[in-house]
Design a protein around this ligand. Structure first.
Ligand code: PMP
Length: 365
C-alpha cells in the first residue's frame, strides 16, 4: 500500500491497475460532465459530446500506436474471447486452413473456436515445455494457402512474450495482444489484425479493441450474423449498436495519460525498468525464487515465478497480502506467483515488491 495516496500495490492480471490520475479525473467529471449536468453513462451514444469522446479515443489511439490509414480501429464488446470466434467466422472458409502458434491457454482457446469454422492446424506448440518459451522464428513453417496465422503476443498465464514477430508474407498475421497492447511500439504493418480486451493496459473491461486491415474486410465471409461481421462495425464507426460508453471514455482518458507520459517509447522504457526490478530479485536469489519462463522469452507484463520451497510459497503469498500487495497468486490453472506489471503499475510498486521479495528471502533462508 502506498501510504501517501492509500492505493494498493496492485499486481492484478486483469482487470488491473488504472492510472490514479485517470481515476481522479473520471471522479471529478462523474456527476456533471463538462457542465452537462449528466455523467457520460447517462447521455446518448448519438450525442455530439459522446461522439467527440469516441472519435477522440480512436484518433488518439491511431496517433500513439502509429496505426496506418489502411487499418480500421474498432471498439467492440464480448472481450477477446469473442474474437476467438469472430476471427474464423469472418476470415475462414469451410475446409480452409489457418495456422495457430500455440504458446499457452489463450492460444488453445482461440484454436478450439476456429475448429468450428474451418481446418485450423498447430504451426508449432511449446506445450511440451510447459509453455515456458516462445518458439524460435525458424520453427515457424506455414502453408502458402493459409487463411491467416494466429499468435498470442503475450501469454498472461505463463508469463512469456514475443520480442520479434514472424514474417508471414502475404498471409495475414493476427495477434491477440490482450495483455501487452500498447506496452511498447509495434510495427502494425506486420499484422493483418490485432485485438485486445481493454482491461489490462487500456482501461476497464467491456471494450475490445480491434485493429484490422481494410482489405481483409472486403474479402471476409458475408453469410454470418450482422453484429459479428467486422464490416458492420467498420461501416458504422463502431456505433452500430449501443457501445460501452463509459469504458470508451475511460479508454480515451488512459490514452491521454499515455500521451502525457511521453508515448509508447517512454512507456516501454518504464515497463522494462519495472520488470527488471522483479526479475533481478528472482535472478539474485540463488534459486530461492525460480522464474517460469526461459529468460529469452520472459514477459515484461506478467512475471511468473515460484518460491522453490512449496510451504514457503503459501507463506510468501500470505505475507505479501498482509503487506498490501494485491493479485500475486498465479492463475488458478498453474498456481505459483505472478506479478502483472501493466502500463499503469507504478515503478514504485515494483520496487516495493522487489524489496519485499529480498526481505522475505532473508527472513526464511
Ligand atoms: N487473451 C489473453 C492473452 C488474455 O490474457 C485474456 C484474458 N486474461 C483473454 C484473451 C480473454 O479475454 P476476455 O476476458 O476479454 O475475453
Amino acid at each position: 500500500m502506498n501510504e501517501a495516496n492509500l492505493r494498493a500495490y496492485n499486481f492484478n492480471a486483469g482487470p488491473s491497475a488504472l492510472p490514479l490520475e485517470v481515476l481522479e479525473k473520471a471522479q471529478s467529471e462523474l456527476t456533471n460532465f463538462r457542465g452537462t449536468g449528466m455523467s457520460i453513462m447517462e447521455m446518448s451514444h448519438r450525442s455530439a459530446i459522446f461522439e467527440e469522446i469516441h472519435n477522440g479515443a480512436i484518433s488518439r489511439m491511431r496517433k500513439l500506436f502509429s496505426i496506418p490509414d489502411q487499418y480500421e480501429v474498432l471498439f467492440l464488446q464480448g472481450g477477446a474471447s469473442l474474437q476467438f470466434s469472430m476471427i474464423p467466422m469472418n476470415f475462414l472458409q469451410v475446409g480452409q486452413q489457418a495456422g495457430y502458434i500455440m504458446t499457452g491457454s489463450w492460444s488453445e482457446k482461440a484454436f478450439k473456436e476456429s475448429k468450428l469454422f474451418g481446418e485450423p492446424y498447430e504451426v508449432v506448440s511449446t506445450k511440451e515445455n510447459k509453455y515456458r518459451n516462445i518458439p524460435a522464428l525458424e520453427d515457424i513453417q506455414i502453408n502458402e494457402d493459409d487463411a491467416f496465422i494466429h499468435l498470442t503476443s503475450n501469454n498472461t498465464i505463463y508469463g512469456t512474450q514475443w520480442s520479434a514477430f514472424p514474417d508471414t508474407g502475404d498471409i495475414p498475421l493476427i495477434a491477440d495482444m490482450s495483455s501487452d497492447i500498447m506496452s511498447k511500439p509495434v510495427d502494425i504493418n506486420k499484422f493483418g489484425m490485432i485485438y485486445a480486451g481493454a482491461q489490462k493496459n487500456l482501461g476497464p473491461s467491456g471494450v475490445t479493441v480491434v485493429i484490422v486491415r481494410k482489405d481483409l474486410l472486403e474479402k471476409a465471409n458475408m453469410d454470418i450474423p450482422t453484429i459479428l461481421k467486422y464490416s458492420t462495425h467498420a461501416d458504422n464507426n463502431s456505433l452500430y449498436n449501443t457501445p460501452p460508453t463509459f469504458g470508451i471514455y475511460m479508454l480515451g482518458e488512459v490514452l491521454n495519460w499515455m500521451e502525457a507520459k511521453g508515448g509508447l517509447e517512454a512507456i516501454a522504457k518504464n515497463n522494462e525498468e519495472k520488470a527488471k526490478v522483479i526479475y533481478d530479485a528472482i535472478d539474485h536469489s540463488n534459486g530461492f525464487y525460480t522464474g517460469h519462463a526461459t529468460p529469452e522469452s520472459r514477459s515484461l507484463m506478467n512475471i511468473t515465478f515460484r518460491v522453490a520451497d512449496e510451504t514457503l510459497e503459501k507463506l510468501f503469498l500470505t505475507e505479501a497480502e498482509e503487506a498490501g500487495f494485491v493479485g500475486l497468486n498465479g492463475h488458478r490453472s498453474v498456481g505459483g506467483c505472478r506479478a502483472s506489471t501493466y502500463n499503469a503499475v507504478p515503478l514504485e510498486a515494483c520496487q516495493a515488491l522487489g524489496d519485499f521479495m529480498v526481505q522475505f528471502q532473508k527472513k526464511h533462508s
